[in-house]
Ligand binder design. Structure first.
Ligand code: HEM
Length: 535
């Protein structure tokens, strides 16, 4: 949002300067007169721009004055909105924690202002249903334009996540859905087991009761390899080796996070070198994606054996759907951005909670021992029986919903509680915030998987939506739950027949047990754990 404003302002000033210089150069006027005239015109342009903005902000504030929200402070607050207090607050808290506090202070539907934009935030289950399911409001352009084209370079482009056109989205989603069907998920079980085994083997060598392991790093490698193999038929082995693909994916996410949290970075000349390198990196990453897609196109043309996986579906349907290779690269990258870090953070938070809640860990181990014992290849049937494990994962996503915020733009007028919401408003919701409301989840700071265990009717609808809702919900949600269950089951499992055993673990007490916000919410210290072979 902020970024768009700065870009528009800069553009207007540069365009005026270019126009003025052109006019005077063509009239052949002396440089002294030219500079004083330029100064006058620039001053007039700036004043007019400023007056125009003042009028627009005044109108905007009038439009939303009936909705409560944090007050803005004086004249500066009129123009900047709530930026000054937000900048103070984010030093100590994540944005979703600030929003949680604001719900308590201003009620379940409130507004806040950032420059000349007002955002509405709500936890209303009825409004969430209306926006995400009944009316399927489109995504709001601000944030998705940045993640589609960070620093003006194509990254996720106009992919399944970033597409603002619901009709186009429906079409593409329809093509990709079969790659995540029940049958398809069954076919991933070999890869999921195999990749988790590689990680467990690596961890066994580090499980000496002394070495502190940053679990998030290890889990990041696992989730990268799993998506690469299951969706795109790539065998990278990032768990045990460094490789360019891993480097490019992780670096590209880091650059995106920097931009999201500091939109002014691209106006800082000291950062231009970094931005140039970042753009080259995106280019290299897209080249790798393009090669992968071209290989599959060729294999299909040659009649070679190919798996009926996501990349095959994408390629096969691209011709008739008028999708070009760059669109395919957008989606290729999107699956890594959307599915890799999210799942590894979910797993790292699960371990962080299990390490702090020994009773939960004990119950989980008992379930894993009694359900799969020392079986090494976990099947779908095994997973279906691991209900407590599933509750552990669901509760992790309640307390630590990985996506901090999602938003929609109201396409028609709606009412949230007693407030009329004007058409075109940006409306934000957050499963993190709803998940921390006492009225929906009593004692919300407590990690309690029982909330989800045999949970028929226990959870109020539309108060828990870590994978979003409706036609634009997460296509990979079942995939990530299965992946999480296999990985956690193997982590705590005792394997007797092969004489290899997995882990007991304790958390390094000298770490933060809080979250930190990037594009996703991560455990602040990355879940530092010391492993021992399970006795
Ligand atoms: C714990 C893990 C995950 C969480 C918490 C999560 C969360 C979400 C959320 C909240 C959205 C909606 C985003 C929005 O409205 O902007 C989303 C969309 C999406 N996710 Fe996930 N996700 C996870 C795992 C995955 C995995 C494993 C994959 C792929 C293998 C994946 C692929 C996608 C895609 C492609 C979309 C866009 C769907 C569409 O608009 O049709 N996600 N995810």
């Amino acid at each position: 949002m902020f970024e768009t404003k700065v870009t528009a302002g800069t553009f207007i000033i540069f365009a005026s300067l270019a126009f003025i210089s052109y006019r005077f150069t063509s009239l052949n006027i002396s440089s002294k007169v030219l500079s004083s005239e330029i100064i006058k015109l620039v001053t007039r342009t700036v004043i007019m721009f400023f007056m125009y903005k003042t009028y627009k902000i005044h109108q905007l504030r009038q439009k939303y004055r009936h909705i409560p929200g944090p007050k803005t402070n004086g004249l500066l607050g009129f123009y900047l909105g709530n930026i000054p207090e937000l900048l103070k607050l984010v030093k100590h808290k994540m944005v979703p924690d600030i929003l949680t506090d604001w719900v308590k202070e201003y009620g379940p539907c409130f507004k806040y202002q950032i420059l000349d934009e007002v955002s509405i935030f709500t936890i209303s289950p009825e409004a969430i249903k209306e926006m995400y399911i009944d009316k399927n409001f489109p995504k709001h352009p601000d944030i998705y334009a940045v993640i589609g084209f960070p620093y003006g370079s194509r990254y996720m482009g106009t992919s399944l996540v970033t597409s603002l056109d619901n009709v186009r989205h429906r079409h593409r989603r329809h093509i990709m859905n079969p790659a995540f069907s029940r049958q398809a998920l069954n076919s991933f079980m070999d890869e999921l087991n195999a990749k988790s085994d590689v990680l467990m083997n690596k961890l066994r060598n580090l499980a000496d009761g002394k070495t502190t392991i940053r679990m998030l790093d290890e889990l990041n490698n696992l989730t990268l390899d799993v998506i690469a193999a299951a969706c795109f038929g790539m065998q990278n082995d990032s768990i045990t080796k460094e490789n360019n693909f891993k480097k490019f994916v992780f670096e590209s996410l880091r650059g995106l996070n920097r931009l999201l949290f500091n939109p002014t970075i691209k106006y800082n000349p000291f950062e231009w070198g970094y931005i140039r390198r970042y753009k080259e990196l995106l280019n290299d990453l897209r080249n790798l994606g393009r090669t992968q897609i071209n290989n599959r196109i060729k294999a299909l043309q040659d009649g070679s054996y190919v798996k009926d996986d996501l990349i095959t579906l994408m390629v096969k349907n691209s011709k008739e759907d008028n999708i070009d290779i760059e669109d395919l690269v957008d989606d290729f990258l999107t699956f890594f951005v959307a599915g890799q870090e999210t799942t590894s953070n979910m797993l790292a938070f699960s371990l962080l909670e299990l390490g702090q809640n020994p009773d939960v860990l004990k119950t989980l181990k008992e379930e894993v021992d009694s359900t799969i014992g020392s079986k090494q290849h976990i099947t779908t049937e095994d997973l279906n029986k691991l209900k407590y494990l599933e509750s552990v994962i669901k509760e992790t996503l309640r307390k630590w919903s990985i996506t901090p915020l999602i938003n929609r733009q109201s396409a028609v007028p709606i009412k949230i509680y007693d407030f009329d919401i004007p058409v075109g408003s940006e409306i934000q919701v957050s499963s993190y915030v709803s998940g921390r409301m006492d009225e929906f989840f009593p004692n919300p700071k407590k990690f309690d998987p029982e909330r989800f265990y045999n949970n028929e009717g226990k959870i109020k609808n539309y108060t828990y939506f870590p994978f979003s809702l409706g036609p634009r919900n997460c296509i990979g949600q079942n995939f990530s739950i299965i992946e999480g269950k296999i990985c956690l089951a193997k982590f705590v499992q005792i394997l007797i027949l092969n004489l290899v055993q997995n882990f007991d673990f304790k958390l390094d007490p000298n770490q933060s047990f809080e979250g930190v916000q990037h594009a996703t919410i991560n455990p602040a210290s990355g879940t530092m754990a010391i492993l021992e072979i399970r006795k």
